[in-house]
Design a protein around this ligand. Structure first.
Ligand code: FAD
Length: 644
């Protein structure tokens, strides 16, 4: 039985026609202007059967300066890119380059605020719109491509067989045509470098591929994994496979980061130019980016109204939570046809992402790989903990959260399955009713969707710009000793140090502590928050660009729906409130293990200084009260900068 989706809502004639043609969820037809792209990137083979749609029209080039004042069109009438005001780097670009925030080996210098504003004014195409344009241009060519000898599914961050939309679509295509389905995965060490992928995460993904290869082989489906050193060579190599194996169709799920959207737009065109077809699908979010808009037709930048709209949308389209089944098995003869592809090995962790032997052993024991493990973890959490989640989730010494972020990041679990499993434990099918713990947990999973929606609409956040561009005018500190103390968990603030040591020891950090250490870096040390964002990506097993950037933007007050910048966490109060007995601190900071009572939160301020000193624990590197004043002044000065 395949998943089919029917919409129960009243729909226009046009929509009815589309619904007859579509086998999967479609968006409502009457969409507000800013989300036209969501409508038109309905994509897939289904999209190719649709009537022609209007292409996204860009407004005439109108931009604004950092104060939001429009730059006149004449000013933008440029003859060479060097004169283009939108191509001038930000005045702090040398700092962001020097401190490794912008990796110049791969990317241009930090863009100006005017360029970020140009995205906001629809004067520059968003990468998702470039993808849609590629789909629209190639619609006819894709529609007419005949299936040849095989169909390929390209795994990326969707390393599972169950509830994987593109894999299911690829399998359907292959089964209907009676040809084998082949799966591929491309390992690109330079891609890992450019994307700051943590070694622990690379190790997890490669272990997952071993499991996936076995599971697929049981269905006579090969998983072929190849290392391509340079990221820019990946598209050509994938197309080589298609030619070599006589595969006419390539399927993949969409990743919403800028590099990936642009790569896919390019590949869709490359394929069409060679008589091949690439189809891409929304899969990682429950509600696809672009499907929700404010009354004014804009993308939401505030979570609460967005969440209400998200819930209403899922209630109106319950099939958004339906499962895509596992792929149909290839005929056993596939093993003869593409025998060599079954024999390949999963490569070792590339040279630039190796872990020490000790770390490898420890991480592997904490994080077993594979989708079965993900589902077990989810079910156990829903069985034993979800009901108490609201009450217990904020206390880092209590293992009360699900620990499934690693699986959502690698795609060993779908967000659909996470929410559906929790919902099915409830007395109601409503996501915002019934058991409180279930409601809260689902609303947390929804944050993940939210941040991906934000990324798609404001792509410059993926290019080292804050959501509020004017916040890049703040003069950050680049104090190396402070940053090093933060990274190594030696700031003299026990809760901060415990958290930073947790991430080194587990590759994961409790959410409350992520907020505390992020706030501490940006607002107590005034260190450029983007250095912390980068450090997290380089160390987290669940590193996910959108969620990480969103979390940092919240804590540093530079992102969507942030804390106001003048709200500054007091690390001592956070410590006393959320690590009441100091168990978390004692677990990760052995120097303080024998410090009794409340002194553990502030040993030097509460009479345990000699004991802490003797054990080698550092004194606080800053005084919170003074730092607070300095930070408020720096934020204010930054925001006032360039004001008329
Ligand atoms: C500075 C900072 C950086 C972060 N970086 C990441 C990151 O790189 N990757 C990542 O997956 N999460 C990130 N988060 C969000 C959150 O800390 C983790 O998702 C959570 O700690 C994972 O543990 P869990 O699976 O036990 O979560 P649970 O509490 O069990 O929540 C279930 C799921 O909901 C989602 N979720 C929960 N809280 C958030 C949130 N605030 N934002 C987005 N999604 C959320 C996650 O997918 C999580 O697995 C960050 C938060 C902050 C403040």
């Amino acid at each position: 039985m395949r998943v089919r989706v029917t919409l129960s809502r009243t729909v226009s004639l046009h929509q009815k026609l589309l619904n007859q043609l579509l086998t999967t969820y479609t968006y409502p037809t009457r969409l507000p202007p800013t989300i036209q792209y969501a409508h038109s990137y309905r994509e897939s083979s289904a999209a190719s059967k649709m009537p022609p749609k209007k292409t996204v029209k860009r407004k005439a080039i109108v931009s604004s300066d950092v104060n939001g004042h429009p730059i006149k069109k004449a000013k933008l009438d440029i003859s060479s890119p060097d004169d283009d005001p939108l191509r001038q780097p930000h005045h702090f670009a040398p700092e962001t380059e020097e401190h490794g925030i912008v990796l110049r080996k791969y990317y241009p210098p930090e863009m100006s605020n005017a360029r970020a504003a140009a995205y906001n004014h629809d004067a520059l195409p968003r990468p998702i719109e470039q993808l849609v344009a590629a789909q629209e241009e190639t619609a006819e060519a894709r529609r007419s491509t005949k299936v040849k000898d095989a169909v390929i599914h390209w795994f990326k961050m969707d390393l599972r067989t169950t509830d994987n939309r593109a894999l299911w679509e690829a399998s359907e295509k292959a089964a209907q045509a009676g040809v084998p389905l082949i799966c591929i995965y491309m390992v690109s060490p330079k891609d890992f470098e450019a994307h700051l992928t943590a070694p622990v995460r690379v190790d997890f993904m490669l272990r997952t591929l071993e499991v996936l290869k076995r599971d697929l082989a049981a269905l006579h489906i090969p998983l072929y994994v190849e290392t391509v050193e340079k990221r820019r060579e990946v598209p050509e190599r994938v197309l080589d496979f298609m030619q070599e194996w006589g595969a006419s169709h390539l399927f993949a799920n969409i990743e919403y980061e800028v590099d990936e959207l642009r790569r896919e737009a390019k590949m869709i065109r490359m394929c069409a130019g060679r008589g091949l077809t690439m189809e891409v699908f929304h899969d990682t979010c429950i509600v696809p980016p672009g499907a929700l808009a404010t009354g004014a037709g804009k993308q939401y930048a505030v979570y609460s109204p967005w969440y209400r709209s998200w819930v209403a949308h899922v209630h109106a389209n319950p099939d958004l939570l339906s499962t895509f089944e596992q792929p149909t098995a290839n005929l056993p003869e596939a093993r003869d046809k593409v025998a060599a592809l079954f024999d390949g090995e999963i490569p070792d962790v590339p040279h630039n992402k190796r872990l020490s032997e000790e770390d490898t052993k420890r991480f592997r024991a904490i994080w077993p790989a594979g989708e079965r493990e993900a589902i077990d973890r989810l079910e156990k959490f829903c069985e034993e903990k979800v009901a108490q989640y609201t009450k217990r989730r904020n206390f880092p010494s209590d293992p009360a959260t699900s620990n499934i972020s690693v699986h959502l990041a690698a795609g060993t679990l779908s967000a659909r399955m996470a929410v559906r499993t929790a919902r099915d434990r409830n007395k109601t099918k409503k996501l915002d009713a019934g058991v409180e713990g279930i409601q809260t947990w689902i609303s947390e999973v929804a944050w993940r969707d939210f941040y991906k929606h934000v990324l798609v609409n404001w792509p410059y956040i993926c290019m080292n710009k804050p959501f509020k561009p004017e916040y890049s005018n703040i003069e950050w500190s680049y104090n190396a000793a402070h940053f090093d103390a933060w990274c190594t968990g030696r700031t003299g603030f026990p809760i901060v140090d415990a958290a930073m040591r947790q991430v080194r020891s587990m590759g994961w950090m409790h959410n409350r502590c992520r907020m505390i250490v992020a706030s501490f870096l940006a607002k107590d040390l005034l260190v450029d928050w983007r250095m912390g964002e980068k450090f997290f990506m380089e160390h987290l097993i669940d590193g996910d660009f959108a969620s990480n950037n969103g979390g940092w933007g919240f804590s540093a007050s530079t992102g969507v729906d942030p804390q106001p910048y003048f709200r500054i966490f007091n690390p001592l109060l956070q410590s006393e409130k959320f690590d009441v007995d100091g168990d978390y601190i004692r677990k990760y900071v052995p120097e303080l293990r024998d410090v009794k009572g409340k002194a553990v939160h502030d040993p030097y301020g509460r009479g345990a200084g000699p004991q802490a000193r003797k054990a080698g624990y550092p004194e606080p590197i800053v005084v919170h009260k003074d730092s607070r004043e300095r930070t408020l002044a720096a934020y204010k000065a930054g925001l006032d900068r360039d004001k008329p």
